[in-house]
Design a protein around this ligand. Structure first.
Ligand SMILES: Cc1cc2nc3c(=O)[nH]c(=O)nc-3n(C[C@H](O)[C@H](O)[C@H](O)COP(=O)(O)O)c2cc1C
Length: 184
């Protein structure tokens, strides 16, 4: 099996990370992977904001949890049940704000997210895509955090991806091959 297929098949969402920062080269590789993603009409309707400041990440995490508790109590309870961390103490999180919520723009941010995950896997790093921070950026403190992280005017939260040395031992999810049909 070639390396790309192996990365696709072996990637999993890592929800625990070792306390080890990413190197500059690793950060750059992940960010460039996002920038290399295809997008409809090559619009690239997003920003790519890497955050490696651990204290800032802790503040964001706490505020996401607070916003989640207000907006989606059941989700907040699930997070509390698995350690109380939305971003799992990952040493590096890439936020991908999006210009608009059109069908293609949301697909575009999803592709950028998976590019980051596959790049992380290829570097021996774990990663997890995160939609939960949406509660923060669209909640009461949303304007503060959008400005604090430097979202462009009018941009909203698209997706975020945490990355770091995995301390989790998940297996890749089983493939639902019964959902596949091939015509011709
Ligand atoms: C759009 C999207 C949003 C997600 N949001 C979260 C999230 O906020 N927190 C989390 O822990 N996992 C999140 N995940 C990860 C999924 O739970 C995970 O991909 C799924 O359970 C399959 O597991 P696997 O990634 O290990 O194959 C998200 C995944 C996607 C694609």
């Amino acid at each position: 099996m070639n390396e790309v297929l192996e990365a696709i098949g072996k990637r999993y969402s890592a929800r625990a990370y070792k306390d080890a920062p990413l190197t500059e080269a690793q950060r750059e590789a992940l960010i460039n992977a996002a920038l290399a993603a295809p997008s409809a009409w090559n619009k690239q309707p997003y920003q790519v904001i890497g955050v490696g400041d651990r204290e800032l990440l802790r503040q964001i995490d706490a505020d996401v949890l607070e916003a989640l508790a207000a907006a989606e109590p059941a989700a907040a309870e699930r997070v509390a049940g698995r350690g109380g961390k939305v971003m799992y103490d990952a040493p590096f999180v890439i936020f991908v704000p999006v210009a608009d919520a059109s069908h293609t723009s949301l697909v575009d941010v999803g592709i950028a997210a998976q590019n980051i995950c596959l790049a992380a896997h290829s570097l021996g790093l774990g990663s997890v895509i995160m939609a939960m921070p949406l509660a923060l950026f669209s909640g009461e403190k949303g304007a503060y955090w959008r400005e604090r992280l430097g979202f462009y005017e009018g941009y909203g939260f698209g997706i975020a991806v945490a990355a770091g040395v995995s301390d989790a031992e998940n297996a890749p999810h089983p493939l639902k091959t019964d959902r596949v049909s091939i015509i011709g």
